[in-house]
Write a protein that binds this ligand. Structure first.
Ligand SMILES: [Zn+2]
Length: 273
């Protein structure tokens, strides 16, 4: 599943190729997604310059001169730039054309979407964007903010991070890795963490996401080119999917437990509290 680093790298890749380019049309081969993609997208966007693409969580906000697109990659989406003559493959559902280039939206499972908004609408006011937590690299994300946000929350820290309502971008892999890095047990109630632990957690989340962004940065060229790799980044995980293997820090066995339907990997020794 594309996570925040893939979405951020996608954003950077798209901007590198199509920022300030004028949209010359669109081809919508399939409209049925998590939200319906307008079939007349080409008419809605034609002649408008792409001014910028912003990111909030895993949503991309495309700012055109007189309208916006909001896109999400869902479970299996990929947005890449191709030369216009690149043959269309299965699951290539939408092309947004910029002269000789097309941004191609490929999504086998169709849980993602692209929606169009009139210039009078504010993308940040969409309910799904409004309820997002803060950005992990923003100044708002710090130990004091976490302490304040988690004060009354008795659910586990793992569930709270995964929800995205306090901080965005900490998907299942990043969550397991960040909690290991910070030495925090995934099952501990969110309101039981000390300020010191929260400081470590903030740092750990930034470190883990940065590593993934760095790795993604090095594959940026591939990500937006015709020869690009299809897969998402593979973080060099220290605990995730390593159950039964020795902890890289203490040598004890990494455990896996299901938590609210999601697998949690952790070292019972290094992450006692
Ligand atoms: Zn350990």
């Amino acid at each position: 599943m594309p996570e925040l680093p893939e979405v951020e790298i996608t954003r950077q890749g798209l901007l590198k190729k199509i920022k300030h380019q004028v949209c010359t049309g669109a081809m919508v081969r399939e409209t049925r997604f998590r939200k319906t993609i307008p079939s007349d997208l080409g008419i809605l966007l034609s002649g408008q310059r792409l001014l910028d693409i912003k990111r909030r969580g895993k949503y991309l906000i495309w700012c055109f001169e007189r309208s916006f697109l909001v896109s999400h990659l869902g479970m299996s989406g990929v947005l890449r730039v191709f030369p216009k003559e690149e043959p269309v493959r299965k699951h290539d559902h939408v092309d947004i054309e910029f002269g000789d280039l097309v941004v191609r939206y490929h999504d086998p499972r169709r849980f993602g979407f692209i929606i169009w908004l009139d210039k009078t609408e504010i993308p940040e006011d969409l309910p799904e964007i409004k309820r997002l937590g803060v950005e992990p690299f923003s100044v708002e994300f710090n130990a004091q903010y976490l302490e304040e946000s988690l004060r009354k929350i008795t659910r586990s820290i793992k569930e709270v991070l995964l929800s995205g309502h306090v901080v965005v971008g900490v998907g299942n892999i990043y969550c397991s890795e960040s909690l290991f890095e910070a030495g925090i047990n995934p099952f501990i109630s969110a309101n039981k963490l000390s300020l010191k632990q929260l400081e470590k957690l903030v740092q750990a989340i930034r470190t883990i996401l940065s590593l993934s962004l760095q790795e993604g940065g090095s594959t940026l060229k591939d990500f937006v080119s015709a020869e690009g790799k299809e897969g998402y980044f593979t973080l060099n995980a220290k605990v995730y999917a390593r159950s039964g293997k020795p902890c890289l820090r203490c040598g004890k066995t990494i455990e896996k437990k299901m938590q609210n339907g999601r697998a949690s990997y952790y070292c019972p020794h290094c992450q006692r509290v």
